[in-house]
Write a protein that binds this ligand. Structure first.
Ligand code: GDP
Length: 356
């Protein structure tokens, strides 16, 4: 089952197919059939290829009306958050995907505060969930919490930048961070390995917690275990994005055409795009669970520790209950009043009869 889901992992992917219909376990499949909600955030300096990658990942144009600001505009701009939602359906399986982009990140001259609005956005979604969860209509909550954050690292630096380190440190307790090295095609194989090692070293040195790929169950087949090992070894995923379909040796491939050849986005020999997509698709449920059990719980306990009043659990149920009690009291009072009126009527009747 599990290895079936990863059929295309080592070979070439069929263009036009994302692959979320082939999810690894039955429980997952069930929830996906009902319709699956997932929110992905992409963070990184502008121009690193975030939009291209997201469009290539989900084979859709998430930003049809995107306007790119010029340098002067960028200098004064603060980070904006842009949520775009698409519904993708594959073999009857629906995915409601929201991608939250963070234009303006790292663009200003002074970037000290540039993650504040991102932190605020993540917290706002937790707060909204907390409120909805305490309300009446708990079955129909729309979960807008960020389940995963792709953090884009520049391929041209010599490792992480101070801003990268600061961002990840500030956010690792709030969201599942998956580091990716952008524009993998600009580095040779050797340079890429060096950069990957350096990035992982710096992540460790700085005590940054990135999303930990869960361990395989011992009863999984060897092929699946091997594929998971390969996924783990590929972190930080070095990716290329392209939306163009090109013809290479009679095959239609998604790629970038250079004077010396074509970089095939979905060719595992060229970059980790397929690995990143496989990781995302096969771990969607785990990413949601970690969001619920670790990050959301962190938020709740922080709220408690700060002493900010928490929305009362089932507050509206309580108010409905007290309304009901009041109505019952009213009805009882009305009944007593009626009895009293009846007794008075009887008494005055008896009085009249006595006088007669
Ligand atoms: P964003 O600002 O981070 O969303 O970046 P865009 O997706 O708009 O891409 C910025 C530029 O980089 C565009 O000219 C893209 O064609 C180019 N680009 C996108 N992905 C890649 C890639 O993987 N490799 C290379 N070399 N260029 C890319």
């Amino acid at each position: 089952m599990a290895s079936e889901s990863l059929k295309n992992f080592s070979g070439l992917e069929t263009p036009g197919y994302v692959g979320f219909a082939n999810l690894p376990n039955q429980v997952h499949r069930k929830s996906v059939k009902k319709g699956f909600e997932f929110t992905l955030m992409v963070v990184g300096e502008s121009g690193l290829g975030k939009s291209t990658l997201v469009n290539s990942l989900f084979l859709t144009d998430l930003y049809p009306e995107r306007v790119i600001p010029d340098a002067v505009e960028k200098t004064n701009q603060t980070v904006k958050l842009d949520a775009s939602t698409v519904e993708i359906e594959e073999r009857g399986v629906k995915l409601r995907l929201t991608v939250v982009d963070t234009p303006g990140y790292g663009d200003a001259i002074d970037n000290t505060d540039c993650f504040q609005s991102i932190i605020q956005y993540i917290d706002d979604q937790f707060e909204r969930f907390l409120r909805d969860e305490s309300g009446l209509n708990r079955r129909n909550i729309v979960d807008n919490r960020i389940h995963c954050c792709f953090y884009f690292i520049s391929p041209t630096g010599h490792g992480l930048k101070p801003l990268d380190i600061e961002f990840m440190k500030q956010l690792h307790n709030k969201v599942n961070i998956v580091p990716v090295i952008a524009k993998a095609d600009v580095l040779t194989k050797k340079e890429m390995q060096r950069l990957k090692d350096r990035v992982m070293g710096e992540i460790k040195e700085n005590g940054i917690k990135i999303y930990p790929l869960p361990d395989c169950d011992s009863d999984e087949d060897e092929e699946y275990k091997e594929q998971m090992r390969q996924l783990r070894d590929a972190v930080p995923f070095a990716v290329c994005g392209a939306t163009a379909l090109l013809e290479v040796k009679g095959r239609r491939v998604r790629g970038r055409l250079y004077p010396w050849g074509v970089v095939e986005v979905e060719n595992p020999e060229h970059c980790d795009f397929i690995k990143l997509r496989t990781m995302l698709i096969t771990h969607m449920q785990d990413l949601q669970e970690v969001t619920q059990e670790v990050h959301y719980e962190n938020y709740r306990s922080e709220r408690l520790a700060k002493g900010t009043p928490m929305p009362k659990r089932n507050a509206s149920v309580d108010s409905v209950d007290s309304d009901k009690a009041l109505q019952e009291k009213d009805a009882e009072l009305r009944r007593m009043q009626e009895m009293l009126d009846q007794m008075q009527r009887q008494m005055s009747l008896q009085k009249q009869q006595g006088q007669a």
